[in-house]
Write a protein that binds this ligand. Structure first.
Ligand SMILES: *Cc1c(COP(=O)(O)O)cnc(C)c1O
Length: 328
């Protein structure tokens, strides 16, 4: 039994329709030639807020009780989840506080505020920001909406899997960026629910692949967080992980790890061949195909998950820099 049933994902799709964009799937002639199978790109980086996380956040906010809605939501993410929750809550008239440390750069803070959330600056670390979320929950009745380890989040992200098979019913392999695993758990539950023999492959960076290390250890473990071009795939899976670790163990067929140079090549290919601007964490499916690290059998779909990359960094990469050294 998957952690999130196909029926829950279909329900999420009905719930969030009209609040999120139904993104297109395009055939990539250049990748099809390289991989020797038809390769399609799911253009989810064109989602509102620039990343797929709006699906899960919208499903989570729409699943709250009336009292919970009135009390508001909170999170400690300044990345794509924070943006998504800020947008979803403000679009639905729900109060949202995003807690962040003093070290978060002003442009991230401004982005959250521009999306309609209250940015609360507290402490000097992510842990201190999370403690303020915990306090809002305990003392002020807020609901903490976490970025991946949550059933409504997983179901919301899973709606991508429904759309993939609707648009490419013959798909045999699906490539998904992997961090905390909410995205791949949802997509795999949806896709395998519809088509049990489809292969779902998770892709992370070598620098700090927490899910891969946890799978190898047989339990959630911490890894050192290192700077990477795939910054939206950084961070741990939580030592008290409730849902996504088991889901990934059960549903994901293979996990592939990439070097920084391979990720940079993926960003460049997306730009020059597909004419798409994507962030590092979003380019890993393309990068894995280019590197020959996945050998897909049959029609393949690679998910482009987000486009929130700093444009000066993007420019340096497309001009040829790899930007981060790979470990020797
Ligand atoms: C969050 C994120 C991911 C990974 O999703 P998980 O559910 O944490 O595995 C991939 N790509 C982008 C752009 C993201 O923001």
């Amino acid at each position: 039994m998957p952690i999130v049933a196909l029926s829950a994902i279909e329900e999420a799709a009905r719930r969030i329709a009209g609040h999120v964009r139904r993104t297109p799937v395009d055939l990539s002639p250049s990748l099809s030639k390289i991989a020797n199978v038809p390769v399609h790109l799911k253009l989810e980086h064109r989602q509102i807020t620039g990343a797929f996380k709006l699906r899960g956040a919208t499903n989570a906010v729409l699943s709250l009780s009336e009292t919970e809605r009135q009390n508001g939501v909170a999170c400690a993410s300044t990345g794509n989840h924070g943006r998504a929750l800020a947008h979803a809550a403000s679009a639905l008239g729900v109060r949202c506080i995003v807690c962040m440390s003093k070290l978060v750069p002003q442009n991230k803070l401004d982005a959250i505020a521009a999306l309609g959330a209250e940015a609360r600056i507290i402490g000097r670390s992510q842990d201190e920001a999370q403690r303020e979320v915990d306090r809002l929950v305990a003392e002020e009745g807020f609901t903490d909406i976490p970025p991946f380890d949550h059933r409504a989040i997983v179901a919301g992200q899973g709606t991508i899997g429904l759309e993939m098979l609707e648009d490419v019913p013959g798909a045999e392999t699906i490539l998904v960026p992997l961090s905390g695993g909410g995205l791949i758990a949802g997509i795999a539950a949806a896709a395998k629910g519809l088509k049990p023999d489809v292969r779902v492959i998770g892709i992370s960076m070598q620098r700090g692949a927490a899910m891969q290390a946890s799978l190898a250890a047989g339990r959630p473990v911490e890894v050192e967080e290192l700077p990477t071009l795939a910054d939206s795939l950084g961070g741990g899976i939580g030592l008290a992980n409730e849902w996504t670790f088991e889901a990934v163990r059960e549903l994901v067929d293979e996990v592939v790890l990439l070097t920084e140079a391979e990720i940079a090549a993926g960003i460049r290919h997306a730009y020059f061949q597909e004419r798409e601007i994507v962030e590092g964490g979003s380019a890993v499916g393309i990068a894995a195909l280019l590197a020959g690290k996945v050998r897909p059998a049959g029609p393949t779909i690679a998910l482009l998950s987000g486009r929130n990359i700093a444009m000066d960094l993007h420019r340096r990469i497309v001009e040829g820099a790899n930007c981060l050294e790979d470990p020797a």
